[in-house]
Ligand binder design. Structure first.
Ligand SMILES: [Zn+2]
Length: 862
């Protein structure tokens, strides 16, 4: 068949005017045939089976085939518009289809604009029709493999109006179908499944085709869980999707998932905890949506559950993020997942087929549109009210957030980018010179701030007020502590910013916030050395650039003064005398790197400092380009590995060699200066790694990776752990056999297990600011704490540590709090000629914990 790709670039050209024009002529010339049109048209649209050559549910579809099918339906139907909104890291298209009655498709731009005008996110007066946008997103987890198959069935059914009610629904709603939010993960799943698939359908759970190895196809190219990325938008799939989302601001968003094959089906209402900014109407609509789904599932005698497991608290998800953006957000979960394959024999003796899983998501898709249609008037009016009241009567107890302009410019820029991605407005603060009491995030208590020129204001008086509250409230309030994910995420902690939450309203200034890159003029002289003061992450990007140009640098271990300027610890010194091998491109290479990384350059004509240590002293060690290896494979956390991989390629932009555990024993590790160990089990390799360090290598063990060294007899970490055990034994810390706490109730088991856990809460980390690994980070930092810590090292450096019981934000159980006080977060020890470094929790969690990028950069460059 001839399928021509419809090229639509940018939102204004989405209507395919030529196509609509053709259809109009058709109506004018043949008015009598109008009634027959739907029938005639549906004859032209091929079913997925006709198009693909197999019935849905009998094979897993490759992404490119599903894309072509969407193009085909859009080509054949005047009710469907196909749009590509981006490309994945591996180059696959990210697409949606808009489906609605023809007149809505013709008016799409007007409907879109009116909707945005009502939110106040687009400036202007709204006075036109508004209809609900219902956005259905499938397959965000690649191996939750029913998603894209169900999306094709939904698209076909809507386009051919072959389900009771669709005709009416589409006159009043615009459905947006994203068949696959994670094409790279989904194709990895399909490729592996079809590669290992039995010719005769095999329902045996042991079969290779459903046990698909490392890494899991759940994640995207960089192994990120895209359903934990909605607020942070670190991954291209999320970023591009939400760019499109924000152009429409749908009223309803549903995200289709799968859970374990032993479970039935989950739909709304969501479980506790609900974030307190979720409005009464959003809660009511969750109940309405649950009722609508239940009716369709009851008809088919299908089992399901509501109000359990999938809560509505943390803003990372495809239900909460839309809820905090004024929409009705839903998670759907079909029992099955990648392991269910085409068919799986369950413990009950029943067989779970892919067809049955498709039916589950198909029914909930229909229910979502139907309930949205039936409640369309209130859906629209309450949506508009959500944004109006947000602007005029914000409920957040703090009306103004002040972020000091004196924070690291790199951190402020990163924060500004996040706010912009979430449509949160900010400006320079008025009332400079005024002294105001408020909550001091850094100190985690009441304090006082004097507003100065350059301080940034985030006001609660804005359309996204509720999301401002979610992202800035010092401690997020939940109805229950049993959350599915993070319990702390306040923005100032993520970027380690000095910031204050004030109860009074501060007015913004008119000038937009600008981060003016420094103008580094070409030097007319030939400087003795170039100096770059260390204030944040931009300087590490500068190092990454000059190293790739073959330059060598020194860094100052102590502060110094030269030419009337003072310089921090970690200041980068690029001396002409260290780089004679570069020749006459020395100055231009440095200037280019400084302008690219936006750091101000200082020059000096002497190595003699006014105060501190001279540039050529032993306090300014010379550094060359390190060769870095990152280990991945069986036994290693793919998320931790993916975070570090992403850090090098997309944050620092510096080469890293990825090594697999399956052939690690045959690799000559001495070719690498630094080996990074993502969280995982390294017991098999610990002797090799310690031998490598003894010969001069640097090993950085993240999260659980440190445990291999805690059990290695020769390390300082082991000595610390053993000393702690001996102390505990002396103090007789063991639970007694007659302890009444052992009499916990059966139904409280899960809650009880929380007492010894931190639910990804945020802890303050004290830093030894004189250690090079802490340069550019100040003397305190914050981290998402998920693991218990290690005791302080008796020999070695305790660089970062926790001295408090309580987190600054989020939930940590009382037993966890007892254990965590006075424990190590970042430690290093010399071993032979090399070094072992331990970081007990991810410093760069999910790539949104930007302040930790400094630590990783320091550990490899300093
Ligand atoms: Zn999922």
């Amino acid at each position: 068949m001839a399928v021509s790709v419809i090229k639509i670039n940018g939102i204004k050209t989405i209507f395919m005017p030529h196509k609509i024009h053709v259809m109009k002529r058709f109506f004018i010339a043949l008015p009598i045939l109008v009634l027959n049109f739907v029938f005639v048209n549906s004859q032209e649209i091929q079913s997925p089976e006709e198009f693909l050559g197999y019935a849905l549910g009998t094979q897993f579809t490759y992404h490119h085939d599903a894309v072509q099918y969407c193009q085909h339906v859009a080509e054949m139907s005047p009710m469907v518009v196909y749009k590509e909104y981006g490309k994945t890291y591996e180059g696959r298209p990210l697409i949606v289809c808009f489906v609605s009655a023809e007149e809505n498709i013709e008016n799409l731009e007007t409907l879109r604009k009116n909707n945005l005008l009502h939110t106040g996110l687009l400036e202007g007066e709204a006075d036109g029709p508004q209809k609900p946008f219902v956005w259905l997103s499938y397959n965000i987890h690649g191996n939750e493999s029913v998603g894209m198959e169900a999306a094709m069935k939904t698209l076909y059914t809507l386009a051919t109006q072959s389900y009771t009610g669709v005709d009416d629904w589409l006159k009043e709603t615009i459905v947006i179908i994203d068949p696959c939010q994670n094409p790279d993960g989904r194709d990895l799943y399909t490729f592996r499944y079809r590669r290992n698939q039995s010719r005769m359908i095999n329902v045996n759970g042991d079969a290779f085709e459903r046990n698909l190895g490392w890494p899991s196809a759940r994640a995207n190219h960089y192994l990120f869980d895209l359903n934990r990325d909605w607020t942070w938008q670190t991954q291209v799939e999320t970023l591009k999707k939400l760019e499109l989302y924000k152009q429409y601001m749908p009223h309803v968003h549903a995200d289709f998932h799968e859970m374990g094959s032993g479970s039935t089906y989950f739909f709304a209402p969501g479980a506790d905890p609900w974030h307190e900014v979720i409005t009464p109407w959003q809660r009511d609509f969750h109940t309405l949506m649950g009722d609508g789904n239940a009716a369709l599932f009851d008809e088919k005698y299908r089992l399901y559950f509501t109000k359990d497991q999938f809560d509505l608290f943390c803003p990372s998800f495809g239900d909460t993020w839309p809820l905090f953006n004024g929409a009705m957000g839903f998670t759907y979960e079909q029992g099955g997942g990648g392991g269910a394959g085409l068919a799986l024999k369950l413990d009950t003796g029943d067989t779970l087929s892919l067809e049955k899983r498709i039916e589950g998501h198909f029914l909930s898709s229909m229910a979502t549109i139907q309930v949205s249609f039936e409640n369309r008037k209130k859906l629209i009016s309450e949506f508009n009210t959500y944004f109006q009241t947000a602007q005029s009567r914000p409920e957040f107890e703090y009306k103004s957030i002040i972020i000091k302009g004196s924070n690291s410019q790199a951190s402020l820029k990163q924060m500004a980018a996040l706010l912009e991605r979430n449509q949160i407005r900010f400006a320079y603060a008025h009332d400079t010179g005024k002294k105001i009491r408020g909550f001091d995030y850094h100190k985690n208590r009441e304090g006082e701030v004097t507003i100065e020129p350059g301080d940034i204001l985030v006001s609660a008086h804005q359309p996204m007020s509720r999301f401002v509250q979610v992202l800035f409230e010092p401690d997020s309030k939940a109805t229950d502590s049993l959350s599915y994910d993070l319990t702390g995420w306040a923005i100032p902690y993520i970027y380690n910013l000095e910031a204050y939450a004030l109860k009074e309203t501060i007015q913004p200034q008119d000038d937009p916030v600008r981060f003016v890159p420094p103008e580094n003029p070409e030097s007319s002289q030939t400087p003795y050395a170039y100096l770059v003061n260390r204030t944040g992450f931009d300087e590490l990007k500068f190092i990454a650039l000059i190293l790739q140009e073959g330059l060598r640098f020194r860094y100052a271990m102590k502060p110094f003064e030269i030419g009337g300027n003072t310089f921090n610890r970690g200041t980068i010194i690029v001396a002409r005398g260290d780089n004679t091998h570069i020749g006459n491109t020395f100055d231009t290479a440095i200037l280019k790197a400084a302008n690219t990384s936006k750091v101000p350059l200082f020059t000096t004509q002497t190595g003699l400092v006014h105060k501190g240590k001279d540039l050529g002293s032993g306090y300014s060690p010379i550094q060359k380009k390190p060769a870095i290896a990152l280990i991945g494979g069986d036994g290693i956390s793919s998320y931790s590995y993916g975070e570090l991989w992403y850090f090098f390629e997309r944050e620092l932009e510096f080469p890293v060699t990825l090594l697999g555990t399956d052939y690690l024993s045959s690799v000559d590790l001495t070719e690498y200066d630094v080996i990074l160990l993502p969280s995982g089990n390294y017991n098999k390799y610990k002797d090799t790694l310690i031998a490598y360090a003894r010969q001069g290598g640097k090993v950085i063990a993240f999260e659980r990776a440190a445990s291999a060294f805690a059990t290695a007899k020769t390390t300082a970490l082991n000595k610390a752990v053993e000393a702690k055990k001996a102390e505990d034994k002396k103090e007789d810390k063991k639970i007694k056999t007659d302890d009444p706490s052992l009499l916990k109730k059966y139904e409280d088991q899960r809650r009880h297990s929380l007492t010894s856990r931190s639910a990804s809460s945020i802890y303050k980390v004290m830093l030894d600011e004189t250690h090079p690994y802490a340069f550019g980070m100040g003397d305190t930092w914050f981290i998402i704490k998920r693991s218990s810590g290690y005791p302080y090292l008796q020999s070695g450096n305790n660089i970062g540590y926790i001295t408090t019981k309580e987190p600054v934000s989020g939930f940590a159980g009382y037993k966890f709090q007892e254990e965590i006080e006075n424990t190590l977060v970042i430690g290093s020890e010399r071993i032979g000629r090399g070094e072992l470094i331990y970081v007990t929790d991810s410093p760069y969690y999910r790539a949104f914990w930007k302040s930790g990028a400094n630590l990783i950069g320091n550990m490899i460059f300093y």
